[in-house]
Design a protein around this ligand. Sequence first.
Ligand code: HEC
Length: 190
Amino acid sequence: MNYQKISTALLLLTSSIIPLHASATDEQMLKQEAMGIVKQFGGTLKPQLVKAMKEGGPVHAIDICATQAPKIAKQLSEKTGWEVKRVSLKMRNTNTATPDVWERGILEEFDVKQASGTKAGKLTASIVQDGKFRFMKAQGAQPVCLTCHGTNIKPKVQEALNKHFPKDLATGYTLGQVRGAFSLSKILEE
Ligand code: HEC
């Protein structure tokens, strides 16, 4: 492809996804802001999870995760002004993790991309929709995650999961698969 064709293609692409009130620079900044919040979420939750696993095993860690994860999401939302959550095609917490139409489509896309070789941790997506900037970042299943999300769940762990989440769908994952995604949105100023 020559230069002119490339720039025409880029122009078509960007003009179709970026409305007039959010410039490309704005989008770049919003993306960076969202990435920072995702880092804070993961950087707060994962150490607590790992610590709880070490100290009290997975059953204790389920208690911690079930209380701490929604709390961290809420605190980050209050602190940053973004709506912060985690979503999945196979939800554990159906109250918080059920995806809407855009999120569902992106999660399906993430699965396809991961299956064809892209690392889950590299998958992101964003859109300007209904006056909001929306951002998603996939979370891959790492070894530690499989204790509670894998294919071979210990009976005691299963029992604890059933107690908290009777409709749990979030098991059966293998290493590297997309477990879910952080999903953030921010209302754009007019
Ligand atoms: C000790 C068990 C345990 C481990 C280990 C664990 N999780 Fe979870 N996971 C949970 C519980 C419990 C919830 C529900 C938390 C909530 O209510 O927000 C959850 C929820 C999630 C969600 C939110 C979507 C949903 O389905 O509710 C994602 C995404 C997720 N886990 C990813 C991971 C990843 C990635 C790892 C590894 C780094 C991991 N989990 C390790 C127990 C665990």
